[in-house]
Design a binder for this molecule. Structure first.
Ligand code: UDP
Length: 474
């Protein structure tokens, strides 16, 4: 391995949606700052999936990857919160990480460790090796700003549930407070739960690292980024808004040709794309309402369907073996064969959103999906399910005004009539045109941020310079 180049080790949280943005970030870093090379150290619960292998196969020669030995724990309930599961996988992988860093530091000039949010246990290891430590925050500035405030806020809560102490929370940089029910999922349960404690532990680490690399851009979230930078002046970690970092090509070719061929035959801006991320699921009743709602709207749709589950993140780690099409209402596929295309489990999302016939995106508001929509100028229907997605949905509807949000009824369901109504609002009404116009503006600003003198390029250069400066004096 090359001695003269600086080596940065990167530790993604388990799961494709953490690996992908970190890989894309690494590619940008080495292409713009060739004095670095990067080595991925990947914690995992099982052998790498074909999708993980496909992502790793896209790495250029200056980026290497080692999948750490699999960790093993059988006793987790199947509906354990994804964040908790990820944090535990990383925790169990720390001895392997230690060994891998030992070997890397003897072969290269190792300078820094960059890790995703649920890999913050890597921070202590970084310090043992005298490395700079950075969180790569794959979501936006709003949940980051909240997470940084969380340990202090938690000290002010005296009851088991937040709701019994404080119904609303002010997030630095946001114009309106958030209701407690819209906070990240781990905070909705009991404060004595393992999930809650692990989440607080993650957030406490955020203040200890040397820097926070955030997948957003100044022109998208200026006020919150300013608030984060004010914190930096009060000796908080440096903040580097380097986004939007999105995939340039979908990680899997599943259903690729069928989706793209179908889109080719549609008119511009006329298709609603419907997808709930890499693992989001709906209840059976909700799948039925969504099917009827799409049909009722009369609009063209491309729907990525998953088998139903009462737990919103159930396909996140494991994928699904059932045929999701079997759960659709009787006759639905036949009745809508000229109106929509339904594909099981996966579509090449970045290619789909980049196609001119897609005019709207009904999304669970995962941050990568959100940024992919922003980059392609596609207005959204915000249908959050879990994690920090409710905060993202509020940012999209209330702050950025690029999305509408369907109303959930008293039984927790979004009815077919409500779905048809929001689809029409986005796809045919003046309101939809306005949302699209605003989204296109953000799309232009995103391109500008990433261009040669753009804000995100500058932030990436500051990060590279800060690492260089730190080590040049040693
Ligand atoms: N994705 C995809 N096809 C699908 C579903 C998801 O390519 O059918 C990709 C999507 O483009 C995005 C990622 O998977 O890059 C999902 O990340 P996001 O943060 O939106 O949601 P999460 O999977 O973390 O819930």
């Amino acid at each position: 391995m090359e001695k003269e180049k600086r080596c940065i080790a990167m530790v993604p949280s388990p799961g494709l949606s953490h690996l992908i943005p970190l890989v894309e970030f690494a590619k940008q870093l080495v292409s713009q700052h060739p004095n670095f090379h990067i080595h991925f150290l990947i914690p995992t619960l099982g052998p790498p999936t074909p999708s993980t292998k496909a992502v790793l196969n896209t790495l250029p020669p200056t980026i290497h990857a080692t999948v750490l030995p699999e960790v093993n724990f059988q006793d987790l309930p199947h509906n354990t919160e994804p964040a908790t599961k990820m944090k535990l996988i990383v925790q169990h992988s720390i001895p392997f990480l230690h060994q891998a860093l030992q070997s890397l530091s003897s072969n290269s000039h190792l300078v820094a460790l960059v890790f995703s949010i649920f890999s913050t246990d890597a921070h202590d290891v970084a310090k043992q090796f005298n490395l700079l430590s950075y969180v790569f925050y794959a979501s936006g500035a709003v949940p980051l700003s909240f997470n940084l405030s969380l340990p202090k806020l938690d000290e002010g809560v005296s009851t088991e549930l937040w709701l019994d102490s404080i119904p609303i929370v002010h997030v630095p940089g946001c114009s309106k407070p958030f209701h407690v029910r819209d906070l990240p999922t781990p905070l909705l349960g009991k404060r004595s739960s393992e999930t809650y404690k692990l989440y607080i532990d993650v957030c406490q680490k955020f203040s200890l690292v040397d820097g926070l690399i955030v997948n957003t851009f100044n022109e998208l979230e200026p006020n919150v980024i300013r608030a984060l930078q004010e914190r930096e002046f009060q000796s908080g970690p440096c903040v580097y808004p380097i986004g939007p970092i999105i995939q340039t090509k979908s990680s899997s070719e599943a259903n690729g040709s069928i989706c793209m061929a179908w889109l080719e035959n549609q008119s511009p801006n006329c298709v609603l794309y419907v997808s709930f991320g890499s693992g989001g699921t709906l209840s059976h009743e909700q799948v039925t309402e969504l099917a009827f709602g799409l049909e009722l709207s009369g609009h063209k749709f491309l729907w990525v369907v998953r088998a139903p589950s009462n737990y919103g993140a159930s396909a996140y780690f494991s994928g699904q073996n059932e045929d999701p099409l079997e759960y659709l209402p009787n006759g639905f596929l036949e009745r809508t064969k000229d109106q929509g295309l339904v594909v099981p489990s996966w579509a090449p999302q970045v290619e789909v959103l980049g196609h001119g016939s897609v005019g709207g995106f009904l999304s669970h508001c995962g941050w990568s999906s959100t940024l992919e929509s922003v980059v392609n100028g596609v207005p959204m229907i915000a249908w959050p399910l879990f994690a920090e997605q409710r905060m993202n949905a509020i940012t999209l509807t209330d702050e950025l005004k690029v999305a509408v949000r369907p109303v959930v009824d008293e039984s927790g369901l979004i009815t077919r009539d409500e779905i048809a109504k929001v689809v029409k609002r986005v796809m045919e009404e003046d309101e939809g045109l306005e949302l699209r116009k605003r989204m296109k503006e953000f799309s232009c600003r995103a391109a500008a941020a990433l261009s040669e003198h753009g804000s995100s390029r500058k932030a990436l250069s500051s990060l590279a310079n800060d690492i260089e400066k730190h080590f040049s004096g040693m």
